[in-house]
Design a binder for this molecule. Structure first.
Ligand SMILES: NC(=O)c1ccc[n+]([C@@H]2O[C@H](COP(=O)([O-])OP(=O)(O)OC[C@H]3O[C@@H](n4cnc5c(N)ncnc54)[C@H](O)[C@@H]3O)[C@@H](O)[C@H]2O)c1
Length: 304
C-alpha cells in the first residue's frame, strides 16, 4: 500500500510527506510542481482534475491525501472559477479516480472556515465537528470547501469510497507563504518598519504549527479516522498583540505599531476544539505557540 499526497510539493503537503516518510511509509507526491524541499520519494507531475492520470497511479488499497487546492483566499476572490476548479471540482475528480481504482480512503484538507464567522454574541462558544456548516458563507473559498466536504460524504454514501475530512486552523511555520501574517510581522520588526493593527489588537485567532499539523494529518491514517471529520487546530487563541509580543521577545527587538480603525466585521475569534482528534487519534499539538514560533523564527532568519 502506498500513500499518494496530491499537493505534496506545497507548504503543508511537504511537511505531511516528511512525517509520513519518517514513519517509513511509501509515499508518492502528485503535484503540478516538483518537490521543492528535498523530499526523496516518488513524484508524478499531474493535475488533480485529470481523472485518468490519477486513476492510473492509484492502486487498490492505496490512501490518497488531497491537499492540493487554491489555498490563497484572495485568489479565490480574483478568479473564482479557476480557484473553484482546482478545489471543489478537483475533489470530485480525485474521488472519481479513487472510486475507479478502489483506493481505501481519500483524506481531504479542509478548513475551519466551513464554520463561517458567527455573530459576536456567540463568539465565545466552542466549536466542535458537530457544529453546523455556515448557513450563509461569506466567501467563495468557504463555499468551495463545503462543497468538497459534501462530495466526500456523497461518494461514501453512493459508491462506498471512504473519506476523512481534516479541518485545519491557521497554519504557520517553516515554508509558509511570505504574504501571510507571521512572516510579514517578522520582516517588519527586523526592518524596523511599522506594523499596522486594525482596532486595538485584541482580535484573536487559533494558530497551528505546521509540523504539529502534519503529525495530525499522519494520525488520520488510523482506521479510527475512517469516515470521520477532525478539527486540527492549536490549543489556544492568540491575539494580534500577543503575536507581536512573542516575536519581540524572540527577536529581542521592539515593534513599531500603527493602530488604525477596526475592519468592519473583524470577528474576534471563537475556540475550535480539537478534542476529538485527541480522543480518537491520540493527537494534540506537541509545542506551545511560543515554542513553535521560536523554531520558526530560527528557520526564517536562516532561510528568508
Ligand atoms: N495555508 C493555509 O492558511 C490553509 C489553511 C487552512 C486550510 N488550508 C488548506 O490546506 C491545503 C494546502 O494548503 P497550502 O497552504 O499547503 O497550499 P500551497 O499552495 O502551498 O500548496 C498547494 C500545492 O498544490 C499544488 N496544486 C495546486 N493545484 C493543483 C492541481 N490542480 N493539481 C495538482 N497539484 C496542484 C500546488 O502546486 C502546491 O504544491 C489546501 O487545501 C488549503 O485550502 C490551508
Amino acid at each position: 500500500m502506498k500513500i499518494i499526497v496530491a499537493g505534496g510539493s506545497g507548504f503543508i503537503g511537504s511537511h505531511i510527506v516528511d512525517v509520513l516518510q519518517e514513519q517509513g511509509q511509501e509515499v508518492l507526491i502528485y503535484d503540478l510542481e516538483a518537490p521543492r524541499y528535498g523530499q526523496a520519494c516518488a513524484f508524478v507531475r499531474g493535475d488533480t482534475r485529470d481523472v485518468d492520470r490519477m486513476a492510473q497511479i492509484m492502486k487498490p488499497g492505496d490512501i490518497v491525501y488531497l491537499i492540493a487546492a487554491e489555498a490563497n483566499v484572495n485568489r479565490f476572490f480574483e478568479s473564482p472559477r479557476f480557484s473553484n476548479d482546482i478545489t471543489a471540482n478537483a475533489t470530485l475528480a480525485v474521488l472519481e479516480a479513487a472510486r475507479r481504482a478502489s483506493v481505501s480512503r481519500v483524506i481531504l484538507a479542509s478548513t475551519e472556515w466551513v464554520y463561517g464567522s458567527l455573530p459576536e454574541t456567540v463568539e465565545e462558544s466552542i466549536i466542535t465537528e458537530d457544529t453546523h456548516y455556515a448557513q450563509n458563507p461569506d466567501h467563495l473559498y468557504t463555499s468551495s470547501k463545503i462543497a468538497s466536504e459534501l462530495f466526500c460524504k456523497n461518494y461514501r454514501e453512493l459508491y462506498g469510497v471512504n473519506y476523512t475530512i481534516m479541518r485545519y486552523g491557521i497554519p504557520f511555520g517553516e515554508r509558509a507563504r511570505p504574504e501571510t501574517v507571521t512572516p510579514i510581522f517578522i520582516r517588519r520588526i527586523i526592518r524596523s518598519e511599522p506594523i499596522t493593527i486594525h482596532g486595538d489588537g485584541s482580535q484573536s485567532r487559533q494558530f497551528i504549527y505546521v509540523k504539529d499539523l502534519a503529525k495530525g494529518n499522519a494520525a488520520c491514517l488510523s482506521t479510527a479516522a475512517e469516515n470521520q471529520i477532525f478539527n486540527l487546530n492549536g490549543t489556544k487563541r492568540v491575539s494580534v498583540l500577543q503575536i507581536v509580543k512573542t516575536l519581540e521577545e524572540i527577536l529581542g527587538k521592539k515593534a513599531t505599531l500603527n493602530f488604525v480603525e477596526d475592519r468592519k466585521g473583524n470577528f474576534k475569534g471563537r475556540f475550535i476544539s480539537s478534542e476529538k482528534a485527541g480522543v480518537l487519534l491520540g493527537w494534540s499539538p506537541a509545542l506551545e505557540y511560543e515554542e513553535a514560533m521560536k523554531m520558526y523564527v530560527e528557520w526564517f532568519l536562516k532561510n528568508d
